[in-house]
Write a protein that binds this ligand. Structure first.
Ligand SMILES: [Zn+2]
Length: 136
């Protein structure tokens, strides 16, 4: 343990509060209904190991994310899952995301994290609007 001051600084610096994302309207008229953390292995649609899975039910997104991810990876994972889910769930996704594959979503998520910082509802909306999703 470091000094009390270092500990407090560390606590204040970066803690993504999962609950702050729930039931907030996102650009593209989606919301996140659930974020669950799990220790179980996750796989993507092709059976490859994944850090997250997102189910889309109407306009609601339900995420499962591997627990214990470093803060930066959790942030990028949230950007990635939300951009990908918004694209898949839209009947007419914006041109800028139409051609993205898994690597493309990951690159866009990393750019979002570098540009706007830790994922938050506001920053997810910045990313969605940057890519052309409209409406609250
Ligand atoms: Zn993905």
């Amino acid at each position: 343990m470091g000094s009390a001051r270092c500990g407090r600084f560390g606590w204040l610096k970066v803690v993504i509060n999962i609950n702050s994302f729930l039931n907030q309207r996102l650009a593209g008229a989606f919301s996140i209904a659930e974020i669950a953390l799990t220790d179980d292995p996750l796989a993507d649609a092709l059976g490859r190991e994944a850090v997250a899975q997102t189910r889309i039910l109407g306009r609601e997104l339900r995420l499962v994310i591997r627990s214990g991810l470093p803060e930066r990876e959790l942030s990028i994972t949230l950007y990635h899952e939300i951009l990908e889910a918004a694209t898949v769930a839209s009947s007419h996704p914006p041109q800028s995301v139409l051609g993205l594959n898994e690597a493309g979503f990951e690159a866009a998520a990393q750019r979002a994290h570098e540009t706007w910082g830790e994922a938050s509802v506001e920053n997810l909306n910045r990313m969605l609007q940057f890519h052309g999703f409209r409406g609250q």
